[in-house]
Design a binder for this molecule. Structure first.
Ligand SMILES: Nc1ncnc2c1ncn2[C@@H]1O[C@H](COP(=O)(O)OP(=O)(O)OP(=O)(O)O)[C@@H](O)[C@H]1O
Ligand SMILES: [Mg+2]
Length: 372
């Protein structure tokens, strides 16, 4: 799975037209694609004739704290055989303020995507024209970035600020991004278009797509009709350009290792943790429906140790009150008995496989109320 954000804080440089038509052309060649509309304007949703105001839930509900039980699966809509859409809505603009100051606010999209089964070949994220929290979430969740640049006056203006933001995300999370620029709205009749393309080549070097997206009125019309160009007019130059871009993007997989399923950031430490009145058992089990723990503390009866998904990130945990002693246990994930992958202490089970082992020593209160 490759996650690609279409990003540029400059308005009107064809981010959305690119996100829509790249997704549709990828899907046309039987790649499973999810298009995530991360712009409160909802233009990518409208581009597939999906009307944000008619939907009950959208990306706001996925990212917002107050709807912690809503995941990607609750908002995704199938728009074509190989193409799904995670729609936006104007309310998405509230996320910025709602999550202000919250720890992990830049990781919301990353974690939401990581919770999904590994079903898609491509996830394409359409960003809003700003460098705020939504764009930050898109940058954080995507290994690859496509920067559409309008081939006109002032095209390069502002790219420095975007590069700075990308660098900030790379440094903070220690992950290099693959950035590719795309020349858009290219008018071959003007001299400036050729000059800007030359400048872009100097600035981005081999990371400028060879494909150029020319101005084509059919692209504008297609969006207005709520259709991607491959449905609206396959004979147009707009179709040829985006089909060529889809091919070029796809061919990058052959030259680089892009298999970048995003890793969720987990704030709960995994492995058994001694807490005040017992042991906190935690395990990461993305996509599981039922996770329990069974051991000699509950007569190996998993029904007495049901774990809850407390983090919404596929981490299941529960504190079990215990008497001091040494215990063997296993997790039961959707009926499958597993040793604790984060606990190196284990012993062979008489029934085959391994049981994890934990020694529980009650914490003692010292005179000053400190724990020992
Ligand atoms: N190749 C093209 N030929 C003709 N018109 C185009 C082309 N690409 C985009 N447009 C038109 O230019 C306008 C801006 O495009 P688009 O909405 O994709 O930009 P954007 O970067 O997503 O804008 P915003 O920053 O507001 O999100 C739209 O009206 C769109 O239909
Ligand atoms: Mg847009």
């Amino acid at each position: 799975m490759r996650t690609i954000a279409v990003v540029n804080h400059k308005g009107g440089c064809a981010k959305t037209v690119t996100a829509i038509n790249l997704s549709a052309c990828m899907a046309e060649s039987k790649k499973k694609v999810l298009l995530v509309d991360l712009d409160p304007q909802g233009h990518a949703s409208l581009g597939f004739n999906v009307k944000p105001e008619e939907l009950e839930k959208n990306m706001y509900h996925v990212l917002s704290e107050s709807h912690w039980d809503t995941g990607m699966k609750d908002v995704i809509i199938g728009v074509d055989k190989y193409l799904d859409l995670a729609p936006s809505g104007i309310i998405l603009s509230a996320v910025e303020q709602e999550l202000a100051g919250q720890p992990g606010r830049e990781d919301r999209l990353l974690n939401a995507l990581a919770e999904m089964p590994n079903f898609y070949d491509y996830i394409i994220v359409d960003c809003p024209p700003s460098l705020g929290l939504l764009t930050f979430n898109a940058l954080r969740a995507s290994r690859e970035l496509i920067v559409p640049v309008e081939a006109s006056f002032f095209a390069l203006h502002g790219l420095g600020k975007l590069s700075e933001t990308i660098k900030l995300v790379e440094d903070r999370f220690d992950q290099k991004k693959h950035v590719h620029a795309l020349a858009t709205l290219y008018d071959r009749r003007t001299r400036i278009a050729g000059e800007v393309f030359g400048e872009l080549r100097k600035y981005f070097g081999k990371n400028l797509f060879k494909t150029i997206i020319h101005i084509n009125v059919r692209l504008k019309e297609a969006t207005g009709f709520g259709q991607p160009i491959c449905q609206y007019d396959r004979r147009s130059s707009g179709y040829r350009d985006y089909a060529a871009l889809a091919k070029e993007v796809h061919s990058l997989s052959k030259t680089r290792a892009y298999g970048d399923r995003p890793e969720p950031t987990i704030t709960t430490p995994l492995g058994p943790q001694t807490v005040k009145n017992g042991i906190k058992f935690s395990i990461k089990a993305l996509g599981a429906k039922n996770v329990q723990v069974a051991g000699d503390f509950n007569n190996w009866n998993p029904n007495k140790g049901v774990l809850l998904d407390t983090e919404g990130q596929g981490v299941w945990s529960k504190v079990l009150p215990l008497e001091p002693g040494t215990y063997q246990y296993r997790f039961v994930v959707d009926g499958q008995w597993l040793e604790d992958p984060k606990n190196p202490n284990k012993t062979e089970s008489p029934f085959g496989g391994w049981n994890s082992v934990i020694k529980y020593r009650q914490r003692k209160e010292t005179r000053r109320g400190e724990k020992s």
